[in-house]
Design a protein around this ligand. Structure first.
Ligand code: FAD
Length: 445
């Protein structure tokens, strides 16, 4: 079968661009045999590869279409979060018990990421279990936080309020009136984290870049994967390509391809840093889910002190975004930056980019053995950094330990992604809804 589409990543993966040049991995060439081939080198693929090795698998190959840390895994905002953005006992998880289990599972993903960070001796600037701060700047945002905290209390989750003074002491801006702190999340420098994980893996697995799988075919006892310059014969294959699962012919009309966008400033000068004040590294999630996320980070490996702004979401069922989407995102991000950081009116943005997420209508995953010897760890929905690490770990557990392994049975019990409304109603409806929600987010955007 031909793979219908290959990934297209708009703009630079700025977190990667600002680091010193990375170790490069070869392009796959000739014929290679292995026990397990993993397609996709994001959180899910790399986590699956490392976990397989942890469990004693000796013959693992990872095929990445682009360069490691250039795809969504290296271009996100770096919040690795345990708690869903919306807590709602009427959600797909049903009652509080199921939602608690979802949070526990997310924490398994974060714990595995933390274990890898500790093995790689990563500094706090690359991986820190800093907790999560959600900030409100409107009455509606504060109301949302009050309701969210009530749900957390019901679930027995700890949290604490941060007042306006504490928010300003952390961020340097008086934009946020109130914040809610929860302890279970990590902040990562996503590209540096991905680089560290590939470095750890490189000792025990064969890693290939610029090696998209273009065709795949079932053979006696395994699968044949064709790349532009070679082929890989594998006993078993893991597809860890998130929304591009659809490009492999699976779950047509069931996956939502959402793009979101970000901008990174140039390095801040000593004078600009003094004007900003606040702590060296912080991350802020918006009280309104359609609002703006902000990261401020201190210098790491000569990249300088910078700010990243992320907002705007578009549904692009072609799995490619458009220049007009990028342009609108840039405009919105400038407005958000100006509102938060009036003391930095001389700071320019150096990088702007977009990237893919994959969601399903019923917030479920595409997980498990989808054909004999062919496994999927795709469709992470929101919280894709934690859930990507989790899905990768769990698919490896399923392959080595069986379907009853902790967490695997939970994932296998989930329904498959539900069918989407037909086009063009889906795209038109989604665009209108997202625009309306962005408008409603008001100052939180
Ligand atoms: C701007 C932005 C901000 C974000 N912020 C956050 C955040 O703060 N927190 C959070 O949890 N999530 C965030 N996300 C989402 C998160 O990055 C993704 O959900 C996550 O990367 C999914 O991990 P994954 O490994 O499943 O997929 P990916 O990271 O997308 O990895 C899949 C890999 O498969 C490769 N691939 C595809 N097709 C092929 C092929 N044919 N052959 C070989 N390789 C192939 C791709 O190149 C890609 O590298 C953000 C995303 C963006 C774009």
């Amino acid at each position: 079968m031909k793979v219908r589409r290959l990934p297209v990543d708009p703009g630079p993966a700025a977190w990667n661009t600002i680091l010193p040049p990375a170790d490069r991995y070869p392009q796959q060439q000739g014929t290679l045999r292995c026990k397990v081939a993993i397609v996709g080198g994001g959180f899910a693929g790399l986590s699956a590869a490392q976990r397989l090795i942890d469990l004693g698998e000796e013959s693992v190959v990872v095929l990445e279409a682009k360069e490691f840390a250039e795809g969504p895994a290296g271009r996100n905002s770096g919040f690795m979060i345990d708690l869903p953005h919306e807590l709602n006992s009427d959600g797909y998880t049903g009652q509080a018990g199921a939602q608690k289990r979802e949070i526990e599972l997310n924490r398994i993903g974060i714990d595995y990421a933390a274990d890898i960070a500790s093995r790689c001796q990563l500094p706090a600037q690359v991986f820190e279990q800093a907790g999560r701060v959600t900030g409100a700047s409107t009455h509606a945002g504060e109301q949302h936080l009050v309701e969210y905290r009530a749900q957390l209390d019901q679930l027995g989750e700890s949290s604490r309020w941060m007042d306006a003074a504490e928010m300003q002491a952390m961020t340097g801006t008086n934009f946020y009136h109130r914040g809610l702190y929860t302890p279970g999340a990590a902040l990562i420098q996503p590209a540096a984290y991905v680089r560290a994980l590939t470095g750890l893996l490189a000792a025990r697995a064969q890693l290939f870049e610029q090696s998209p799988v273009m065709e795949f075919e079932q053979r006696a006892g395994g699968w044949l994967l064709n790349t532009p310059k070679g082929q890989v014969q594998a006993d078993r294959v893991v597809l860890a390509v998130n929304g591009h699962l659809q490009s492999f012919g699976f779950l047509p009309s069931r996956l939502l391809h959402v793009f979101t966008y970000a901008s990174m400033t140039e390095p801040l000068s000593a004078d600009q840093l003094a004007r900003l004040s606040g702590v060296g590294d912080w991350g802020m999630l918006p009280a309104d889910p359609m609002g703006t996320t902000v990261r401020k980070f201190s210098d790491y490996q000569g990249a300088g002190h910078r700010i990243v702004i992320r907002n705007h979401a578009t549904l692009n069922q072609s799995i490619e975004t458009s220049p007009s989407d990028m342009k609108r995102a840039a405009k919105l991000q400038q407005v958000s930056f100006d509102a938060r950081f009036p003391m930095l009116n001389d700071v320019k943005f150096e990088h702007r980019w977009g990237g893919r997420l994959c969601l399903s209508l019923n917030s479920t995953h595409a997980f498990g053995e989808i054909a004999p010897g062919l496994f999927s760890a795709c469709c992470q929905n929101g919280l894709g950094t934690a859930k990507g690490m989790l899905a990768g770990k769990l698919i490896a557990d399923m392959m080595k330990l069986g379907s009853d392994a902790d967490g695997v049975s939970d994932f296998l019990a989930l329904p498959e992604p539900s069918r989407l409304p037909p086009q063009p109603f889906l795209s038109i409806g989604a665009r209108l809804t997202m625009r309306y929600k962005e408008y409603k987010a008001g100052r939180e955007l």
